[in-house]
Ligand binder design. Structure first.
Ligand code: ZN
Length: 492
């Protein structure tokens, strides 16, 4: 029997604006699609928060025993600068400015994105498709929408006819926007638009001669609209109806609203059962913004190379900090908040280290079963990680009581307590993996072995070998320090 049969998970659905009991399309399986990054710059800390929120969802669903197919795309074409349908393609612009190929831009920032998420211990998705790898699928969807009479072609571009669609369906079910307010093109006022109505959005855009990213289509040379790629890739890998679609709050309109309209036009129904949106990250109480300098790159947090911070913070601490807020709450980032998280995180780690020293007694003074269910209840309540963490700190208190001999656990309870703590800390919250700990133990062993070899070389007056060991380790970021007590090392 799987855990999900015992636990009643509730998920807040952005469409119904209520918490609903989670029931997947196919029992025991979950299909989840999350809008990935547009890879034209270093990943934004706010986006990192969104991906970490869905990493938590992914981890908990897997912990419950679901077989999850998690699809998160890479947007490598079609995302225009002003989030309307005009302006320049974000990636093409960066390539033009830096005089490199668009695919070099894509490669550079995809690597940055993966690197940052990996450091923060995010699990990779099951499939990570790219927009440029699915041009044919996107063209097929446009043909289908044209056949249904819900799109029109003008001068080599194809637009979705929102007003026509709204005659039989409702546009705005997710964002709650009224049709007259759902205007996509800010430039319509100057009469430049070729759209029938300002609410319409591009499915295919004709490429101007200087546009670098271009593909042939039945309507001429052009490129697909941004909203279309997610419909094409989610349908291809998860089907016409799947369980969870996630993204940042800012994607509700127009992006997700357009995805719903495109899928409704093709298949006659909303493609998703549970729409989930992660809230924003602010910094020192203000919206994060590059132009005002109220901004930090995720990598700068790990090195401390930003005046906003008092010191560097490890990826594990940053992860813990983010998990301390519920994904639907606004989270404020500041040096003080990270320092507080660091203290809390160390308390938790210290308590976990002590766990293996606890010996069993004949009786239990702690109700482990109720505590365990309280942990599940927190996560079952729309992935409430802060409440889960509060329960973990109750466990820390109990570990300290056990340490002082003021509490006791039977062997059975001790095993349940240890296993539950490990499951929630490592598997569900992903705070640090046991393999990382093992990895650092191995590193310690190897460096100490080299320190021993260096000592032997020095005893034999083999200064060349001694220096070589020191310099090679330094090049790897491991610095040896000679002292009265012998040689120690620090990893930089
Ligand atoms: Zn998307």
């Amino acid at each position: 029997m799987s855990l999900f049969q015992d636990q009643s998970l509730k998920v807040y659905n952005s469409i119904s604006k209520t918490k609903e009991t989670f029931s997947p399309v196919t029992e025991g399986n979950v299909g989840m699609y999350v809008c990935g990054p547009t890879v034209y710059s270093n990943v934004h800390l706010g986006n990192v928060r969104t991906f970490m929120s869905f990493d938590l969802v992914f981890r908990y669903l897997q912990h419950l025993g679901y077989k999850v197919r998690y699809v998160r795309n890479i947007t490598d074409a079609g995302h225009m600068e002003d989030d309307a349908d005009e302006g320049e393609d974000k990636i093409a612009k960066k390539a033009r400015v830096e005089k490199i190929e668009p695919m070099e831009v894509v490669q550079r920032y995809t690597l940055d994105f993966h690197n940052i998420l990996q450091q923060l211990n995010n699990l990779p998705p099951s499939i990570e498709p790219t927009a440029t790898g699915h041009i044919i699928e996107q063209i097929e969807i446009i043909k289908d929408i044209l056949d249904k009479g819900l799109a029109y072609e003008v001068n080599g571009s194809v637009y979705f006819d929102v007003l026509k669609y709204n005659e039989s369906k409702t546009y705005g079910v997710l964002s709650g926007r009224k049709i007259e307010d759902a205007v996509h093109n800010t430039r319509v006022l100057d009469g430049q638009s070729e759209k029938k109505n300002p609410q319409d959005f591009a499915l295919w855009k004709k490429a101007s001669p200087q546009h670098i990213m271009r593909w042939p289509s039945p309507w001429g040379i052009g490129f697909p609209g941004w909203h279309l790629e997610c419909t094409a890739m989610s349908t291809k890998y998860l089907g016409e109806k799947f369980d969870i679609h996630g993204g940042g709050m800012d994607l509700k309109f127009p992006h997700h609203e357009c995805e719903i309209a495109q899928a409704e036009a093709c298949n006659g129904h909303n493609p998703v059962n549970y729409w989930m949106h992660a809230n924003m990250l602010t910094m020192n109480g203000q919206k994060m913004s590059k132009s005002t300098g109220n901004n930090i790159l995720p990598g700068e947090i790990f090195t401390g190379e930003n005046a906003i911070l008092s010191k560097p913070f490890s990826p594990a601490v940053v992860r813990f900090f983010m998990m301390q807020a519920h994904y639907r709450s606004i989270l404020d980032f500041s040096s003080e908040a990270l320092e507080a998280s660091e203290k809390g995180y160390h308390k938790l780690v210290e308590a976990l280290k002590y766990l293996s020293n606890i010996t069993a007694s004949k009786t239990s003074t702690i109700d482990v079963k109720s505590w365990k269910q309280a942990c599940y209840d927190a996560m079952n309540d729309d992935f409430n990680s802060p409440v889960l963490i509060a329960n973990l700190f109750d466990a820390v208190k109990n570990i300290n009581l056990l340490k002082e001999g003021k509490a006791s656990l039977t062997q059975e309870d001790l095993d349940l307590f240890t296993n539950t703590l490990h499951a929630f800390v490592y598997d569900v919250l992903g705070l640090l993996t046991e393999t990382t700990e093992q990895g650092s133990n191995k590193l310690e062993g190897v460096v100490n072995m080299l320190i021993g070899m260096r000592k032997q070389a020095r005893d034999n007056k083999d200064w060349a070998m001694s220096d070589l060991i020191r310099d090679e380790l330094k090049a790897l970021g491991i610095q040896l320090k000679d002292g009265k007590e012998g040689t120690t090392f620090v990893v930089e």
